[in-house]
Structure formats: C-alpha cells, structure tokens
Design a protein around this ligand. Sequence first.
Ligand code: ZN
Length: 296
Amino acid sequence: MTDFSKIPAPVYETDEPVTYMLEAATAWIMLNRPRYHNAQNAQMLYALDAAFKRAVDDPAVKVIVLGGEGKHFSAGHDIGTPGRDVALSQNRRFLFPDHADKPEAEFLYTREHEAYLGFCRRWREIAKPTVAMVQGGCIAGGLMLAWVCDLIVASDDAFFQDPVLMMGIPGVEYWAHPFELPPRIAMEFLMLGERMPAATAHHYGMANRVVARDQLRAECAKIAEKLAEKSGLGLWLTKQVINQAEDLRGKRAAMDSVYHMHHFAHAQNDLTQGNAIGGMDAKAMAAANKKQAGEA
Ligand code: ZN
C-alpha cells in the first residue's frame, strides 16, 4: 500500500508559487513554478485559491486572467518534484475532514475532494469573468485549471492532454472531457491520451482563440479590456446561465459519478501495485509520453 506518511517533507523552491498583479481592471494571476512546468502542489493550489479570493474581494478587479510562467501553462498535479506535498493539510478551506491521518484510499479520496474537485468547482463559480492564457503544455491537472475558466485563449504552440489512463485512471478529478469536447473525441482523447494541438482544441470549441505565442498576452489583455467595460453583474449572470445549462446537461452529476470511479482506480492501483498512481512519477510519465509521441 502507498504509505503516505513515508513521503519526504517537501522542499519548496519558492515561497511565491503564484504571483498576483493588478493592471488596469485586470488581475493577472500567474502560476509560478516554471522550473517544474507549474506542477501543482498543495502550496500552489492554496496560494491560487488565496489569489482568486483577493481578486474577488477587490472591487477594482473586473476580470481575472490565469496564466503560467515559463514554457508551459501547467504539467498537471505534482507527482514528483521536491515540493510535492500531498500530506499538507493546513488551512483547509472546506468542511471535509483532514486527510493527512487517514488510511489508504481514504487519504486521497478526502484530499482530492478538497484540493482538486472542491477547489476547481469553487473557482468555476467565481463571480467575475476568468480567462485562461495557455501556452505550451496543458496536461491533466493543467486542463482542470484551464477548464474552470470562462474563456480559454491558447498560443499556437499549446497542446492539451490527459494521459492518466497510463495510471489506469479514466481522466482527471474535475472530469469535464465530454463537455469540453464532443463525446467521441473525448473518448479518443482519454483512450489514446495523445497531445491535442491548440488548433484542434479550437476546432472542437475547447479553446476560444489561438494566437501566435508572442501575441498571447496582448490578446488576453484585449479581451480583458473589453470585458472590463461590461456590466459586472451581467457577466456574473451570464457565466451562471452557461454553467447552469452545462449542469442541466449533466456535467456536475457526471463529474460526481466519475470522481468515484477515479478513486476506485486509485484504490485498485494501490491494491495491485502498492501505489495509488500506478507507480508513475513525473519522469515515468514524461518517458511514456515521449515514447507514445515517437520521440524516443
Ligand atoms: Zn486522483
């Protein structure tokens, strides 16, 4: 079994895993672990939640742009950097139990309820418009952060991928694949786990716009400027009607049911391989990815 108590204490490479900058009426919130391709550890996710809260609380902020420093938007959840901190449970934001002292499957089930599913749903409901600014890789947990935003603007070098079937898992925790993509395309996206280029994501409606890499920030700024001129309440109501329509199509219910399959798969990995993520770490995932892409 995975013994979470044996995971070494995290060594953080930064005390600012998320940066925040107000420019005109836009809060620019940037994932800031470029050395690790913005792998999401708990330190980052709690900082991100605090940044969103700050933007919500500040009446000067009309629009939020979420981006990532460096070459990639986000490589997903942290499964192997020195800052991996799955046992971190301080400052919990929800009324779920502390996961850190829970045995076996209950540990991850409880943790992901808060840090993955809980946070993403909460961020989807932010009462101000949000724009994801995506360059490079937007992988697994990275998809979750892009998907909770209202609009997705990608650079032409961006790609989207959910390769967690390599761990025997049917997709990430915030499971929105057949709502972001047509079902058969979502099936292929999950079964083959290949990189989907920005142009293809745009073709299927997952990305609103694709622009040259050096135009990405300017394009997001332009959209933010236009949004900032509109009624804040009107925008909040608009995002609610779209989100509500998606939930009436079953998005929320599907996500709830898949969350439990996701954790059945984690538990099966643990029972059969002694590791909840099938023995995969960042290096193993990258190597398997390269092999699949024919690069190695
Ligand atoms: Zn999981």
